[in-house]
Design a protein around this ligand. Structure first.
Ligand code: 5GP
Length: 177
């Protein structure tokens, strides 16, 4: 077994924790009087999702969706496939899509269009990370944790070829990309 290389720290744990509290407070305020259906987009967003929902002071339902757009490559294929769907109907629900990172925006655009067709009462997007320079489409992003440069990041749920998800900070693999 080989040891994992240590990615360069881009966003430390403490900053992530603080920003998630702010996002959770903002979302809780915006959804006063409403029940939230939060969709965790697997796999990358599960750690962010777990931390975010624990800060939401509103009635909450959790759903999980699988979307595949990346293999082991570090560039967007633009190809999106739903590999796991919600278990309850989206119709009439106040949905928040919780995503780890928006890069080209193609995955989110696809997911939004797909879910809007199911007639939710409302639909918003919360992404931990955004790479503004990589965006290839005009996609609605309601809550953004951090805007980052166009470099490949890992950790805090994000992987490179299946590894690095357990690293507690957001880091950059300088030699791999
Ligand atoms: P998009 O469709 O916006 O180009 O890509 C969205 C998906 O690509 C994300 O959900 C994530 O799985 C993957 N992705 C994009 N940039 C990165 C990155 O820097 N690191 C990792 N680990 N995944 C990324």
């Amino acid at each position: 077994m080989t040891a994992l290389a240590h990615p360069r720290v881009l966003i430390p744990e403490s900053k992530i924790r603080q920003r998630i509290l702010e996002l959770a407070n903002e979302i809780s305020y915006d959804y006063r009087g409403k029940e939230i259906t939060a969709i965790c987009v697997l796999k990358g967003s599960y750690i962010f999702f777990a931390d975010l929902i624990r800060g939401l002071a509103r009635p909450l339902n959790c759903e999980f969706m699988g979307v595949s757009s990346y293999g082991t490559k570090t560039v967007s294929s633009g190809e999106v496939k739903i590999t796991l769907d919600m278990t309850e109907p989206a119709n009439g629900k106040h949905i928040i899509i919780v995503e780890d990172i928006v890069d080209t925006g193609l995955t989110m655009q696809y997911l939004l269009n797909h879910l809007k067709a199911r007639k939710p009462a409302s639909i918003k997007v919360c992404t931990l990370l955004l790479k503004p320079e990589s965006m290839k489409c005009d996609v609605q992003l309601d809550y953004v944790g951090f805007r980052i440069a166009n470099e490949f990041v890992v950790g805090y749920g994000l992987d490179y070829a299946g590894s690095y998800r357990q690293i507690p900070y957001i880091g950059v693999l300088d030699n791999e990309t």
